[in-house]
Design a protein around this ligand. Structure first.
Ligand code: E4P
Length: 333
């Protein structure tokens, strides 16, 4: 069935997989949140699969570069991708490397034809593949449309706004990937915070705190001025700056970006699945699950981040210490 155009969800989707998944979508208890691993490292993928928690994999050229470098640069890439597909129990996203419509279509067909016999190949296409905001602006969308009409599943990547997500879904993307962590990075950059100095990549971005700071900033500007009418307040440059500094065109965080897309897709029954991407910590995963996103794709370290809690470690230490001899004997017979 072609995925072209804005198709409607006709009946509730049901996951056939078992494993650690979360109920989502409030009204539709049959949908489960899936977890993809955001890596091209076969060791990480195999380990996570053996723990039974992974439903798919997302890669990109930067992740493939890391995997290649980890292996000293020598890698038979085709064989390596075959292995990734063979061990992964669900979709594996592979990205094209060009930015023009013709080349992206060609590369997508090549990847799909070459690897589909090893697993579920999904082709990652940038929602907008322009390198300068002028050329190739529509090539991503046109490529998505073309591939969808050929039944090649597409993951629209580098989605940074709800508007881009709407266009990707309308073009027929099977998956849409909003990059939550990169939006949080951008919002911190906007107020002069430097990654590595003021915050680390894996730090949670507290957008609730930022909301409060924004409203305090606006109050501060207002109290320093004598603006009498709502019109003067609305048009005042300093007020406007204070009101726009902590958000990206109304998006206050990566989590809020995903929340907006989930709401819009639900409003209209868009069939594209949303992959919350660029996830940096466990708390983001929790918040994405609360929103009811279809899928989160997480780096390997976030899996551990989701599992470790100091009180669990304290508890297991106490239990291990408290094992009394008569109880131990049961296990030594
Ligand atoms: C998604 O598919 C991307 O591979 C990924 O989530 C990007 O994450 P990053 O912003 O941490 O590089």
């Amino acid at each position: 069935m072609s995925r072209c155009g804005a198709t409607l969800r006709s009946k509730p989707r049901r996951s056939k997989r078992i494993g650690i998944e979360f109920l989502n979508r409030g009204e539709d208890k049959t949908s489960l949140m899936k977890i993809f691993l955001d890596t091209a490292d076969i060791d990480e993928i195999s380990f996570a699969v053996s723990a039974g928690v992974i439903d798919g994999v997302t890669t990109n050229p930067s992740l493939i570069k890391q995997a290649v470098e980890k292996r000293g640069g020598s890698i038979d890439m085709e064989e390596y991708i075959e292995k990734i597909l063979s061990v992964t129990p669900g979709p594996v996203s592979l990205e094209v490397i060009s930015v023009s419509y013709e080349k992206m279509v060609e590369e997508a067909r090549l990847l799909h034809n070459r690897f589909r016999r090893y697993g579920q190949v999904v082709i990652k296409i940038p929602v907008c593949s322009s390198l300068n905001g002028v050329d190739n602006v529509y090539d991503g969308l046109r490529t998505i449309r073309r591939l969808a009409s050929e039944d090649i599943p597409v993951n629209a990547t580098l989605v940074m706004s709800p508007e881009q997500a709407i266009l990707a879904a309308k073009a027929g993307a099977s998956y849409v990937s909003p990059f939550a962590g990169r939006i949080d990075d951008y919002l911190r950059d906007k107020i002069g915070m430097k990654r590595g100095k003021d915050y680390q990549k894996s730090d949670y971005y507290d957008f609730n705190l930022m909301w409060r700071i924004e409203s305090l900033n606006i109050d501060r500007v207002l109290s320093s001025k004598n603006l009498s009418s709502p019109k003067d307040v609305y048009l005042d440059n300093e007020v406007r700056e204070a009101a726009s500094k902590l958000n990206d065109n109304g998006v206050y965080s990566g989590v809020e970006l995903v929340r907006s897309i989930v709401t819009i897709f639900r409003n209209y029954g868009f069939k594209s699945q949303i992959i919350a991407s660029s996830i940096r910590n466990a708390r983001q995963v929790r918040e994405m699950a609360e929103i009811g996103v279809d899928i989160v794709t997480i780096p390997f370290y976030v899996l551990k981040d989701m599992l470790i809690h100091h009180k669990t470690i304290e508890g297991i230490n106490d239990f291990v210490k408290d094992v009394v001899e008569p109880y131990r004997k049961i296990f030594t017979k």
